[in-house]
Design a protein around this ligand. Structure first.
Ligand SMILES: [Zn+2]
Length: 522
């Protein structure tokens, strides 16, 4: 059997602290999810904020291949007629074929939060669902705080589900709104609910107990049809159930593939695309989709991994669109480096390997972290095999930082560079010294390489490393850059933070320009 995925990245996921989706962003996420065949995509809560209303106006005109757009809303208020509810009116006006309505199923919330009677709450659920059905919509019912409510008053929690069912709801979704449920309870409750209702059941878990993915998988195994969650587990507090491992587990381990055939191979890519749109650095350790999810570090095992990857990996990484690139580190042996070089498309002569390895180990001892900076590693390997960077040369750069009484600090950088036989001298400002340097560098090189326009610095991280050689602290800078399609990371190390930043920046532009000519193996 196949499970059914209901994505709520655009509503519940957007509750994550610091996450802001513009209308444009939301449309991009919708298309990314549509392209891998997610059947239901919840666009937001029309009426709750102007942005969501505007999103639905645009999104309902988009042509989607697989996904059905859904709107989220709340049942009518106590004492109000469903026909008079402004909330229901806004949800209907959004014009989606499916509407998911949330209602209370924990008696404590009815009496304490809504301050109404248990009977009135049943009527609120029934009237609201019935109104949607009468208006020709498919109605899903999100039973808020279901697991907590069921634990304390199972009779009442079930009577709420029955009220929604009798009014015509097509899915009864059990929500673990506080996120504290454990897997064995999740499975048991789903089984018991299935014995009490005949409408297909869904689940919606939050991750406050660290069990959202496990709960979702066990609930699906126990018979829940629909699994709600968000891409990369985005959501408030500790997040929602992460659809990435859920989809992979259901597909690869339980034979309940929730996406159309051929979509699973695009899971990693889609997880990263959504992270990109959300402007959140993808978690390198995310199960299945993380960059390091299949990256082996132990040098001792590498030759065995190359021979029998199935002995060291729980799935074939390519099945979810990931790869088992091997992390290079000072533990790495010869086999590790050769394999890495092959992966990057760099041809290493066997007799050169020993020399390259010792150079690499020396650099890592000085603070370079190549396992986090594939682009720098590739440039290093290329140089080690005789390649010379002839795209540009920076003669000098100079940075001034001025502190103004009124406007605060302002930095100014001047770069003198040569490219394509010409010399360019450019000055630019920035809020900080690295920003100013980046701007001046882009101006100077942009004369020859207009493609720099597309490249954008997406992450800049500084770490101070312990001064182990008595020379004082060393600074390591990691820079992440993207051209809108690919992303790459470079590293710079120095006792001087500006020098380390310059090194990482120059490497990042070098790599980006090479990518444009198709040279690197990445
Ligand atoms: Zn939720």
């Amino acid at each position: 059997m196949r499970n059914e995925i209901y994505d709520t990245t655009l509503r519940d996921g957007a509750q994550r602290a610091g996450l802001q989706f513009s209308v444009e962003d939301k449309l991009k996420v919708l298309h990314a999810l549509d392209s891998i065949g997610v059947p239901f995509v919840e666009g937001g809560w029309p009426g709750a904020n102007p942005r969501d209303t505007e999103f639905f106006r645009l999104a309902t005109q988009e042509r989607l291949q697989h996904s059905t757009l859904t709107a989220f809303g709340m049942t009518r208020r106590a004492g109000e007629a469903a026909g008079d509810s402004p909330v229901l009116r806004e949800v209907l006006d959004a014009g989606t074929p499916v509407v998911c309505l949330v209602g209370k199923s924990w008696d404590l919330h009815v009496t304490e939060a809504l301050r109404t009677t248990l009977e009135e709450n049943l009527a609120m659920v029934a009237d609201s669902i019935a109104m949607l059905v009468a208006e020709g919509r498919r109605a899903f019912f999100d039973a808020e705080h279901f697991f907590d409510g069921y634990r304390r008053n199972p009779e009442y929690a079930l009577s709420v589900l029955r009220a929604a069912e009798e009014a015509g709801a097509q899915r009864l979704v059990l929500c673990d709104t506080n996120g504290g449920t454990l897997p064995h309870e999740a499975a048991r409750v789903v089984q018991e609910v299935l014995g009490a209702v005949s409408t297909p059941v869904g689940v919606h878990f939050h991750n406050d107990a660290g069990c959202a993915v496990a709960n979702s998988v066990l609930a699906a195994e126990a018979g829940a049809l629909q699994v709600q969650g968000t891409m990369n587990g985005y959501g408030e507090r500790c997040g929602n159930a992460d659809l990435v491992p859920i989809v992979a587990n259901l597909s690869l381990k339980l034979d309940r593939p929730p996406l159309p055939d051929g979509s699973l191979e695009r899971l990693t890519e889609t997880a990263h695309v959504v992270a990109e749109i959300a402007n959140i650095v993808p978690d390198p350790h995310q199960p299945y989709a993380g960059r390091n999810a299949f990256a082996h570090k132990a040098g001792l095992h590498v030759s065995a991994i190359v021979r029998r990857p199935d002995a060291y990996e729980h799935i074939e990484p390519g099945s979810v669109g990931n790869s088992n690139h091997i992390v290079v580190s000072d533990l790495a042996g010869r086999a590790n480096l050769l394999r890495k070089a092959e992966e990057l498309g760099v041809d290493l002569q066997p007799d050169a390997v020993a020399g390259i390895l010792s150079k690499l180990k020396d650099l890592e001892a000085r603070g370079y972290a190549f396992e986090a900076a594939d682009a720098s590693l590739e440039l290093f390997l290329r140089r080690a095999t005789g390649w010379r960077q002839e795209l540009f040369a920076v003669e000098t750069f100079r940075i001034l930082v001025e502190e103004h009484e009124k406007t605060g600090a302002l930095a100014e950088a001047t770069v003198k560079a040569r490219s394509n036989g010409e010399r360019h001298i450019e000055t630019a400002e920035g809020h900080g010294p690295v920003g100013a340097l980046d701007n001046a560098l882009r101006l100077a090189l942009g004369r020859t390489y207009p493609e720099l326009e597309k490249m954008e610095l997406t992450d800049y991280r500084v770490r101070v490393l312990d001064g182990t050689k008595g020379t004082g602290a060393v600074v390591r800078v990691l820079i992440e850059m993207t051209d809108g399609e690919r992303e790459w990371t470079t590293v710079g190390v120095s006792e001087n933070i500006i020098q380390a930043s310059y090194e990482a920046l120059a490497e990042a532009y070098t790599y980006g320009l090479l990518l444009d000519t198709g040279a690197p193996g990445a």
